[in-house]
Design a binder for this molecule. Structure first.
Ligand code: ATP
Ligand code: LTN
Length: 334
């Protein structure tokens, strides 16, 4: 790894079909960082185990997501692209950080509370520990920058707190990371319930556009999207549904919200929704084509993952050795 450049790290869980929210809020913003930072992009499969997975589906989703990263412009020659479970240091550092994380602070995590409500029959220790594993992902690589959607800011704050706590208790060891949220921290909302975020695990398929939906499905879902009263295309707090569609349009058509409001002034919702569909399809279709091509090339993907894990492991091992030493564990003679 280049020691002069700063480091960026991010990841997405292979918990299902990647949504337009994941793409616009996170993955899309990763590509431009590659020329300036040492980038590590990870498929965080261990995180996804916190909710029940079907093993065969998890395997498929993981490889599909690797192909999708590349289709979205992650270049394996510029970035380390790897699967979290391939670098065992992630799980090991989690145990160490667990011993300095307080149950009280973990209990306050919004995502933990949300997921506990949604999966009341499976509130496992992993669900509560999820943010510590995420902190380990980040801190292992001495990460400076973490490009994520707005919903992850609380987790990032915990990573910063754990880094500072460890540094204060022992001695400076971890870089304290910063979040990078684009478009003023854009958050794409559900098409059916525009005050909730669009989420891959939403059981209502009509609420979510995935990067795997075909053009007809995308258009149908957008036509069925709920709207607000008064058939006026305007961005406003009391118009969450139309504001969400305007955000999606603005990001996919690359036009400001103000220009879009002017363009659709007096057009009515039908015309507007079709234009949103056109813009979304024009972004999603080329990615989809490339993803499909790459997903079929198993040996290429395996090579990318091998190289990515080897690169990641070198830095991860160095950090973990340092951590073990500082806390008083005896280093293994090799
Ligand atoms: P799940 O439904 O399984 O919890 P998710 O859709 O919330 O998944 P994650 O894997 O948790 O997706 O998130 C991956 C990345 O996408 C994160 O950086 C997150 O901030 C971002 N992200 C997720 N949903 C949205 C959204 N609706 N709008 C913007 N960014 C999002
Ligand atoms: N919790 C994140 C996924 C994630 C992540 C990370 C993101 C796991 N580890 C490290 C950035 C950096 C989420 O998006 N739900």
């Amino acid at each position: 790894m280049d020691n002069v450049r700063k480091t960026a790290f991010s990841g997405v869980q292979p918990t299902g079909r990647i949504t337009l929210g994941n793409y616009l809020g996170a993955i899309r913003n990763w590509r431009p960082l590659q020329d300036e930072y040492n980038c590590l992009y990870c498929v965080v499969d261990l995180h996804s185990l916190t909710v029940t997975q079907v093993p065969a589906e998890l395997r498929k989703n993981t490889m599909d997501l690797v192909a999708l990263y590349i289709a979205c412009g992650i270049d394996p020659d510029k970035s380390s692209l790897f699967i979290q479970s391939h670098v065992h240091e992630h799980a090991e550092l989690t145990w160490i950080l667990d011993t300095i994380a307080y149950v009280g602070e973990m209990n306050r995590m919004t995502q933990f509370k949300d997921k506990s409500r949604k999966h009341a029959d499976n509130i496992n220790m992993g669900l509560m520990n999820y943010p510590v594993l995420m902190a380990s992902d980040i801190l292992l690589y001495q990460t400076d920058l973490v490009p994520v959607g707005k919903d992850q800011l609380q987790h990032l704050e915990l990573a910063r707190n754990l880094a500072e706590r460890f540094n204060n208790r022992y001695s400076p060891t971890f870089v304290v990371p910063e979040a990078l949220c684009f478009q003023n921290g854009c958050s794409i909302k559900s098409l059916q319930e525009p005050t909730a975020k669009m989420s891959k695990s939403d059981p209502n398929e009509n609420a979510v556009i995935t990067l795997f939906d075909d053009p007809d499905t995308i258009r149908r879902k957008l036509r069925r999207a709920v709207t607000d009263c008064c058939s006026e295309v305007r961005f406003a707090e009391d118009k969450p549904a139309i504001s969400n569609l305007l955000t999606i349009y603005s990001l996919t058509a690359d036009e400001s919200i103000a220009d879009a409001e002017k363009r659709f002034d007096g057009c009515g919702y039908g015309v507007f929704k079709d234009a949103v569909a056109d813009a979304v399809i024009s972004v999603v279709e080329p990615i989809q084509r490339e993803q499909k091509r790459l997903a079929a090339d198993k040996s290429y993907l395996e090579n990318v993952l091998k190289q990515g894990a080897e690169q990641a492991e070198r830095t991860a091992r160095k950090t973990l050795d340092k951590v073990y030493r500082k806390i008083g564990l005896i280093g293994r003679v090799r």
